[in-house]
Structure formats: structure tokens, C-alpha cells
Design a protein around this ligand. Structure first.
Ligand SMILES: [Zn+2]
Length: 349
């Protein structure tokens, strides 16, 4: 059965031009948008027109002072917010539409008007802190999405999965004291921003609800899928979220310039299939993806296509067969380190 999968896209996201050699270029999205016109994609997805997030929605996570600072960049020439994050005249609007587009798709999935959705937006979001831009990110869309789902849509527990090659520091900090949002991040150890060690497990009442898997370089399709099956699946079942949000970065692709992982489009399909299996089991299939990194445009297009096909049920990856091919030593290292710090909270079977 083909599902109703929404896709957020819009020309406004092409107007964010951070310049200065920033790898987050508009071409990332033009490649993705043209891929959606491929004969095997056309007509299979539902367009979700982005809308501007309201100031009050951005303030669900960000501080009023920070919102004002970003708003002041509107209409101005390139402004450096940090050494690596710049705003041009249209960046503020692009960031508002990006957040708003994600919130709209979450509303529609929660209302069962869509089965699931993928927001193909930029700038990315997962590094943005409450009062600070960082790592090409201005507003933390996925954190805003979880807060919006809880405070406005009145959902309960939310699971956020972050498979970008970089640690989602902003998202972790947003929820590290909150046991109602489980943050599960798998990322390459030692890369920007340097956070996300195994022992960062949450604080206070949130202890155990932050799971970080900083993995060495050289992990590929089978290892990622096996780790999802061994660690993510049992925890997600016990946590029983009402909605799954995914910070989907594609910089773990073997051809991406950012890191040293070995993923191919098949592996992204494997992770998406694993998450879909979990979502079907625990929350009626409700999952919403938000684009984070991924800087080789051809690799990005191929991998996002593979994920979208899994989400819509056009393809159905055999997760167990893929996971069975994993290098046991590589998987065991991560599984052991994770269980060491989390066994008092979660049962890993
Ligand atoms: Zn990244």
C-alpha cells in the first residue's frame, strides 16, 4: 500500500545564501527538488506548502533576545552570526518558513491527514542553541517541532532520532532534563561540535533519556542498520512515543566531504525502514523527517530518494538481511558502550 507522504519544499529556501564558501548552498535543494520530478517519484507524494512560523512558535525554544537578533538581519547584506554561520537578506524569512513548514507537516501527520512527512528545508537546525546560531543553523527546527507537538498539539512522549554525522548539540541541550523527549543520536566521534559522548546521558529527571552513540569512522549500511535494530528498536518500544521526529543528515554518505563514513543510499533506506517498523509498532506510523546536513548533491539526492520511497512504502528494505551483513566487532563496540551507561534505565533484551 502506498502511504500519504508529505514533502515540504519551497523557493524561499533557495534564497538563503550564506556565502563565504559555506557548503550549505541552495544547490543542495535544487538537486533534491529536481529529483522529485523523476519518473519514479512524480505523483507519489503530497506537496506541503510551507508557511511562516509565528514569533510565538519560535519562542517555544529560542529566547526573545535571540529572535530579535536574527530578525534584525532581514534585508541586510551578509552578516556573520558566528565564524561559520551567516545570514543574508532573506535568511530570516527562509528560517521562519523552514520552521513553519516542519510544524505544519507535524500538525498534518498528528491529525492523520498525512501518514508521514519529510521537510526538505534549509538552513538546517540541529546545532542551533536557545540563544546562539551555530554550524550553519539558526533556528532548531526539530526541537521546535517536538515542543510544538507537545505544547500546542498536546502530544505526550516524543522520540527524536538524529542520524546526521555531526552531534545535534542544540537538540540535546533543549531536552536533556526532560524525560518526555528521548534524544537518540548516532554521529562520528571527534567531529564538530565535539559534544555527544557516550556518557552524556541526560541530566536530573532526564537521566537516561539522552542516548549518544559517537562511532569511529568507517561504519556503513549494515553496521548502522544493525545498531538501529540492537539499540534503537528496544529502547523505542519501551519509551513508546506518540510521534517520531528524525534529524536526517546525509553527510554520513561515503561520497560526502564532511566525514569518513561508508553509507550508501541502500543504508539510508535501511535506517528509514527500521524507523518505519518502530513507528508502525508504537505510534501508528507517525514520523516526520527534517533535513539537516548532506553536502554532496548527487549523493544527497540519491539517498533522500531512497528514504522517501521507504516512507511511502514504494520500496520495503529487508532490514534483518542488511543488518546480518554487519561487521560484528564494529557493532559490538557501540552496543557494549551504550549498554554500559544505559542498562539501569533500558532493557536491551
Ligand atoms: Zn552534519
Amino acid at each position: 500500500m502506498i502511504l500519504k507522504t508529505g514533502i515540504v519544499k519551497g523557493d524561499i529556501f533557495l534564497k538563503h545564501i550564506p556565502g563565504n564558501g559555506c557548503p550549505d548552498t541552495p544547490k543542495r535543494l535544487t538537486s533534491l527538488y529536481s529529483m522529485l520530478n523523476d519518473s519514479d517519484m512524480q505523483g507519489n507524494f503530497v506537496d506541503v506548502r510551507p508557511q511562516k512560523a509565528e514569533k510565538e512558535e519560535i519562542l517555544l525554544f529560542h529566547s526573545p533576545e535571540y529572535f530579535a537578533k536574527i530578525a534584525e538581519t532581514k534585508g541586510k547584506k551578509l552578516i556573520a552570526l558566528t565564524a561559520d554561520t551567516h545570514a543574508c537578506e532573506d535568511t530570516f524569512d527562509a528560517a521562519l518558513y523552514a520552521a513553519g513548514g516542519l510544524l505544519k507537516s507535524i500538525s498534518r501527520v498528528a491529525a492523520k491527514d498525512l501518514d508521514n512527512a519529510f521537510a526538505l528545508i534549509r538552513p538546517p537546525g540541529h546545532h542551533a542553541e536557545k540563544s546562539r546560531a551555530m554550524g550553519y543553523c539558526l533556528f532548531n527546527h526539530i526541537a521546535l517541532g517536538a515542543m510544538f507537538a507537545q505544547k500546542i498539539l498536546k502530544l505526550g512522549r516524543i522520540l527524536i532520532i538524529d542520524w546526521d554525522i555531526h552531534h545535534g548539540n542544540g537538540t540535546q541541550h533543549a531536552f536533556e532534563r526532560d524525560p518526555s523527549v528521548l534524544f537518540f543520536s548516532i554521529h562520528q566521534a571527534g567531529l564538530f561540535p565535539g559534544t555527544g559522548t557516550f556518557t552524556e546521558t541526560g541530566l536530573g529527571k532526564g537521566e537516561g533519556y539522552t542516548i549518544n552513540l559517537p562511532i569511529p569512522k568507517g561504519y556503513g549500511d549494515a553496521e548502522y542498520t544493525a545498531i538501529f535494530e540492537r539499540l534503537l528498536a528496544p529502547v523505542a518500544e519501551q519509551f513508546a512515543p506518540e510521534l517520531i521526529l528524525v534529524s536526517a543528515g546525509f553527510d554520513t554518505h561515503k561520497d560526502d566531504p564532511m566525514g569518513s563514513m561508508l553509507m550508501t543510499a541502500s543504508g539510508f533506506a535501511g535506517m528509514a525502514a527500521s524507523i518505519k517498523k518502530i513507528a508502525d509498532k508504537v505510534c501508528g506510523g507517525k514520523m516526520v523527517y527534517s533535513l539537516e546536513g548532506g553536502y554532496n548533491c548527487d549523493a544527497l539526492s540519491e539517498a533522500v530518494k531512497a528514504v522517501l520511497k521507504e516512507m511511502a512504502g514504494i520500496t520495503c528494505c529487508d532490514v534483518s538481511a542488511m543488518a546480518a551483513k554487519a561487521n560484528k566487532k564494529k557493532v559490538d563496540y557501540v552496543v557494549r558502550r551504550c549498554i554500559d551507561v544505559h542498562r539501569h534505565v533500558w532493557n536491551f533484551f
